[in-house]
Design a protein around this ligand. Sequence first.
Ligand SMILES: N[C@@H](CCC(=O)N[C@@H](CS)C(=O)NCC(=O)O)C(=O)O
Length: 213
Amino acid sequence: MTITITAFEHSPDGGRGLARDTRVRWALEEVGQPYKVRLVTFKALKEPAHRALHPFGQIPTYEEGNLALFETGGIVMHIAERHAGLLPHHANARARAITWMFAALNTVEMPIVELSTVMLLERDKPWYQERLPLVEARVRDCLGQLATRLGDAEWLDGPFSAGDLMMVSVLLRSRSSGILDEYPNLAAYVARGEARPAYKRAFAAQLAVNAGT
Ligand SMILES: N[C@@H](CCC(=O)N[C@@H](CS)C(=O)NCC(=O)O)C(=O)O
């Protein structure tokens, strides 16, 4: 069955791989599933046809036969459950990998997104200078604890899993702040994710859209 995802026609990051279609592309590449991409403009995101797929008017979405999904957590979980390669078979290890997916989205991505919001949208606000260090401290607090847990391990819990895919994707969004590099083991963990052939294919595919090649 054909899989179709949506992505920005022009991503605000210009193809740095930070738009959230990249993590879905990566998951599909890891499990070897071909997919098509429907590009959408910012205007089209908010129109009824797209909102029928995504109630919040965002990318990415995922269509497969009569199934339509939104939210990268739900999409990557679906891919990982349907195809081998992203979740361990053993029930407890599988539950832990899923837990890491939730931790990435619900614990780690939240302060990182807050920091990007402050840096992008609040720079001209009177509270910016006071607020920025507070939000940066929240990111450091979170990344510091994650770095301690990861230690010298290659991945978060045994072999690479959907939990790592999501965590690396989320951490990538903190790199431009410089904070990721304050934690060398996390920076190396992210680099290991980026070195995976499936990630490289996903990155190249989204870059081709944004570079117009
Ligand atoms: N929690 C959602 C977030 C989706 C999201 O924020 N998508 C961004 C692109 S990375 C978007 O569509 N932004 C445009 C907008 O919100 O208008 C997920 O993980 O899928």
